[in-house]
Design a protein around this ligand. Structure first.
Ligand SMILES: NC(=O)c1ccc[n+]([C@@H]2O[C@H](COP(=O)([O-])OP(=O)(O)OC[C@H]3O[C@@H](n4cnc5c(N)ncnc54)[C@H](O)[C@@H]3O)[C@@H](O)[C@H]2O)c1
Length: 266
């Protein structure tokens, strides 16, 4: 079977840029889908399209892994799955604790995608004594009093915070003191951590706000186009016009002080 495999020096992983690391899961997801369809090889262009990444960037990213593909054949799908999984540390099992088992924490606990990617939910922790012992996703919820013990006994290094924002820093501090060195934070607050602790933040409302910005801009462009085609006086910048002529067009798009928000850089 054709491969693009060349074995990388052991030191290479330290030289991989963060932006490349952030794209590796995208390649892995696309490659896993190909693997499930028993596709043996893939070109950089096909894989780039499947991963939603520019193909030159993909080739550069793979060069950090020491993977160059084979001209006219492409990349060996199975080998790349293995190589990227190894680079991301997914060839080992990662026990994870989820703290805050409300709507979101329970949904995360029930999400099958963690286990299939090597993240085993080792424990569910909540401050509500009424929840202690109740199973969620087949795992009994444990009280926060047990937090330190649970982390030590399970050798957990990754913690997920799904508590209200007001509790998140205190939960974070306890997780870190107990030995957690990576935190996935869903609470809408900025966490302060010591050096050596990595925090990733997920905030769907921020993603929606960014989409809202683009929606607003698109609506502004649609209004501008017919006016320009008719030879009208050039319209003022988007931010100073109503984004749409529809009912209630202004209401949802105004800033907190009632002003139309300023145009942000693209
Ligand atoms: N990042 C996102 O995209 C996203 C999406 C939805 C919700 N959220 C955030 O996730 C968090 C949880 O949302 P929810 O809807 O599940 O809330 P929820 O009220 O349903 O659940 C919160 C849970 O945290 C527990 N809790 C409170 N203080 C705690 C503490 N000190 N230690 C341990 N557990 C504690 C509560 O007992 C409760 O079970 C909120 O901060 C919310 O803003 C983020």
């Amino acid at each position: 079977m054709a491969t693009g495999r060349t074995h990388r020096p052991a030191t290479r992983s330290r030289g991989i840029p963060e932006a490349t690391v952030a794209r590796l899961p995208l390649y892995l997801r696309a490659l896993t889908a190909l693997s499930e369809r028993s596709v043996p090889t893939v070109s950089s262009e096909e894989l780039a399209t499947a991963a939603g990444v520019n193909s030159a960037k993909l080739r550069k990213d793979f060069s950090y892994l020491g993977s160059y593909g084979t001209r006219g054949v492409g990349y060996d799908v199975e080998y790349l799955v293995y190589q990227i999984s190894r680079e991301l540390g997914l060839t080992q099992d990662w026990p994870v604790v989820i703290v805050g088992i409300g709507n979101l924490g329970a949904a995360l606990a029930n999400y099958g995608g963690f286990a299939s990617r090597g993240f085993r939910v080792a424990a569910l922790i909540d401050a509500d004594p009424g929840m202690a012992g109740k199973p969620v996703a087949g795992i009994p919820v444990q009280h926060t009093d047990e937090l330190e013990k649970i982390i030590t006994e399970n050798g957990v290094s990754i913690g997920v915070i799904a508590t209200p924002a007001g509790a998140a820093q205190q939960v974070c501090d306890r997780l870190v003191a107990a030995g957690i060195t990576s935190i996935l934070n869903f609470a809408p607050t900025v966490l302060t951590v010591p050096d050596g602790v990595d925090v990733r933040k997920v905030d769907l409302s921020i993603e929606l706000q960014i989409l809202a910005f683009h929606e607003q801009r698109k609506a502004g462009e649609e209004v501008a186009a017919p006016e320009e085609a008719a030879g009208a006086v050039p319209p003022p910048p988007v931010a100073h016009r109503a984004p749409s002529a529809g009912p209630g067009a202004d209401s949802g798009r105004q800033g907190p002080d009632g002003d139309v928000p300023a145009v942000m850089p693209a």
